[in-house]
Design a protein around this ligand. Structure first.
Ligand SMILES: Cc1cc2nc3c(=O)[nH]c(=O)nc-3n(C[C@H](O)[C@H](O)[C@H](O)COP(=O)(O)OP(=O)(O)OC[C@H]3O[C@@H](n4cnc5c(N)ncnc54)[C@H](O)[C@@H]3O)c2cc1C
Length: 277
């Protein structure tokens, strides 16, 4: 449980962090709640850690040009307690409070969670359902990646080598939007066995995203079509839950079998649809 030796740098700006990352087997250190356990098990052996906790530009939450901008180094607790989030994106606050325990919420960051892309983590489903985008910066400058293009597989993302997530950008939901996040938590870690985020806009357009179900979080586009623009009643819920499990390769592990996850996918989608009705 002792990690291999590594160098450590704590830059003050994103540019310094990008320079510190280049040309070596370096890794960004944010909350350390996924990276440090992996290093202790020697599953990850970076030669250098670039600690981003001293970069003030990566912290804070603001509203800008019709978007809510969440600094990548914002902790789950920062987001849960933020005034803008509570008033305009309340389901992010509710989702953040379902993550881990107090210690995890005080250290783990949204950027670290998205970059790590654990198939059972909560932020991917929330950001996907909210039509969010991930803003990243690397040696070639900044770019935005739609959440729908970001998660590419098990612990895999569209991040290129040495790119840093600098912020998460979410359109301010229009008046009349309803949203919820429903999950079955693992009883010890509280990671999602299955999590379902639903955002329904006033015109009936409905976004649905799952985590914990497959090797990465995803938007359930066929299910969205089955629900969007329709009054949510028992028939629509039945069609939606049946559609949601079609074509999915369900995860199976010692926490839950594929068959159980399939069942939970239906149950948690139904719960979410009932909450926003
Ligand atoms: C006991 C326990 C319970 C947990 N329960 C839950 C839960 O219920 N739900 C849940 O969703 N999560 C849970 N987590 C995960 C936790 O919430 C963290 O979000 C997660 O560990 C990653 O965030 P971090 O800031 O700790 O990242 P780190 O561990 O510091 O980094 C993780 C990875 O992301 C990279 N990285 C970090 N920041 C950036 C960035 N800005 N740009 C690019 N790459 C970056 C790192 O290099 C590393 O590869 C749990 C963790 C623990 C230890």
């Amino acid at each position: 449980m002792i990690p291999a030796a590594f160098d450590y740098q704590k830059p003050k700006t994103v540019d310094e962090a990008i320079a510190a990352l280049s040309g070596s087997n370096s890794k960004i250190l944010a909350g350390g709640h996924s990276l440090l356990p992996a290093m202790k098990l020697r599953l990850s052996q970076p030669s250098k850690l670039v600690d981003i906790n001293g970069i003030s530009a990566l912290k804070g939450i603001k509203e800008e040009d019709g978007e809510i901008v969440i600094g990548a180094a914002s902790t789950h607790a920062d987001i849960a307690g933020d005034r803008i989030i509570k008033s305009k994106l309340a389901f992010f606050s509710e989702g953040a409070l379902l993550i881990g325990d107090v210690q995890v919420r005080n250290h783990g960051t949204i950027g670290g969670s998205l970059a790590h892309a654990d198939p059972a983590s909560d932020w991917p489903a929330l950001v996907l359902a909210a039509d969010g985008a991930i803003e990243v910066q690397g040696k070639n400058g900044k770019r935005r990646i739609k959440a729908t293009d970001f998660f590419t597989g098990l612990f895999s993302t569209a991040l290129q080598e040495n790119e840093i997530i600098i912020a998460v950008r979410v359109p301010v939901p229009p008046e009349g939007t309803k949203a919820t996040y429903q999950k079955l938590s693992h009883p010890a870690s509280r990671f999602a066995i299955v999590g379902c985020a639903v955002v329904r806009f006033a015109d009936g357009k409905t976004n649905i995203a799952f985590t914990g179900v497959a090797d990465h979080a995803f938007r359930a586009s066929n299910t969205e079509t089955a629900v969007s623009g329709k009054a949510i009643n028992e028939d629509v819920i039945a069609t939606a839950t049946n559609t949601a499990v079609q074509g999915v390769i369900f995860l199976s592990d010692h926490h839950a079998s594929a068959e159980y996850r399939k069942h939970l996918t239906k149950v948690y989608l139904k719960k979410a649809l009932q909450v926003i009705t």
